[in-house]
Design a protein around this ligand. Structure first.
Ligand code: GN1
Ligand code: MG
Length: 364
């Protein structure tokens, strides 16, 4: 039995794992590189599954999250087109519950693991990019007949960019006279110069131009499962943020993640937005879900592509100022570094605005 190297006490994850299976445990090992939950791969004598402990600081209402995941899983299983895209399925505890609470208020759940699948560190070419777009399009198509009113707003304020800005402003207002590094000052100035852009999608929503639907919420590259050869996208994982929202949040977030080949933490901080990959992703997406986009969605697509990296940078920056309470860090300053990377990505989008708008017109 291999001990997990993360989490408080290796035995704790093992004890939780045992709630979900009668089979003898072989190994419980950390899985993936999420910033929020603790994730483990559990190998038993009869198979493998994923075990997660939800981060209670980020998800104050884990029961609502689980209710959403249950609704989604059931919707998917009953769907005539479920074969288009695999989603993780909830595994019940031996007592028949969707989750297990341990004696220390840890909130655990188990999900099916797609054997033979893998995630990609980066997109190698346009065919892979089209596959990612197709997977997101299929996801949206599968949930298009699910009434967003049936889902809980499990993470209130999620992707509401002006609220993140308000949090940053509040943190700055209540901050004592701490010395500001040149990096921090530059990051704050970057945000300051873009205040109007941060409002754009919420304003359009308030004006009734854009409507909330069921979205994935976190369609980054790590959350798309490929086959072993990396040729076909098989499914999407990480359903905690599935809730009502704008399709443009998903498109902007997917493009922010996938069109940044150097990832969220390049050692030298240098990133750029790859417009070719963007085009391929959108082609793949439109082939599956063109009918889901309204004229207003298309009109605001560039704004979303610019906003989502800016928003994530803002979230990292605010968390840095708050003392790293939301996103896990392995050193102080990591969230500031992550923010700088997202701002650089935003800047790369801005520099390519004309090209991107032309590309979007062409696709429309
Ligand atoms: C967080 O935990 P993880 O890595 O799946 C975050 C996303 C960010 C992402 C950036 C609930 O996702 O919104 O885009 O980090 N999830 C939540 O890597 O805040
Ligand atoms: Mg996530």
């Amino acid at each position: 039995m291999t001990a997990p190297s993360r989490g408080d006490g290796p035995r704790r994850a093992e004890r939780a794992a045992a709630q979900f299976t009668e089979a003898a445990l072989v190994a419980v090992t950390p899985l993936g590189r999420g910033h929020i939950n603790d994730t483990f791969l559990v190998a038993t004598e009869t198979g493998r599954f994923v075990l997660q402990r939800l981060n209670r600081g980020v998800f104050p209402d884990p029961v609502a999250i689980m209710a959403n995941v249950r609704i989604l899983c059931d919707h998917w299983r009953g769907h005539s087109r479920a074969d288009l895209l695999r989603l993780p399925q909830l595994i019940r505890t031996l007592a028949g519950e969707d989750y297990h609470r341990d004696e220390e208020e840890g909130f655990w759940r188990a999900l099916s693991y797609l054997d033979g699948s893998r995630t990609l560190d980066r997109l190698a070419d346009r065919p892979q990019a089209e596959q990612v777009g197709a997977a997101l399009g299929r996801f949206h198509a599968l949930v298009a007949d699910l009434d967003p009113g049936h889902l809980y707003p499990a993470l209130p304020g999620f992707h509401i960019a002006p609220q993140y800005l308000a949090q940053l402003d509040a943190l700055l207002a209540h901050r004592g006279p701490v010395p500001e590094s040149a990096e921090l000052r530059a990051a704050l100035e970057f945000v300051e110069a873009r205040r109007p852009a941060i409002e754009v999608l919420e304003q359009a929503k308030q004006q009734g131009q854009l409507q909330a639907r069921v979205i994935h919420g976190d369609p980054k590259l790590d959350n798309v499962l490929f086959d072993g050869a990396g040729r076909r996208a098989l499914g999407m994982i990480d359903l905690d943020t599935v809730q009502p929202g704008l399709i443009l949040y998903d498109l902007g977030d997917c493009l922010r993640s996938c069109c940044n080949p150097r990832g969220e933490t390049p050692a030298d901080g240098a990133v750029r937005f790859d417009a070719d990959l963007c085009e391929a992703i959108l082609r793949g997406y439109l082939a599956e879900a063109r009918g889901l986009l309204s004229a207003a969605d298309v009109a605001y697509l560039y704004d979303a592509i610019r906003l989502l990296p800016l928003e994530l940078g803002l979230r990292f920056l605010a968390d840095h100022l708050a003392g790293d309470r939301y996103f896990k860090v392995s050193f102080r300053g990591q969230n500031l570094h992550r923010a700088q990377v997202q701002f650089q990505l935003t800047f790369s989008v801005e520099r390519q605005e004309r090209r991107l708008r032309r590309l979007l017109d062409g696709l429309a």
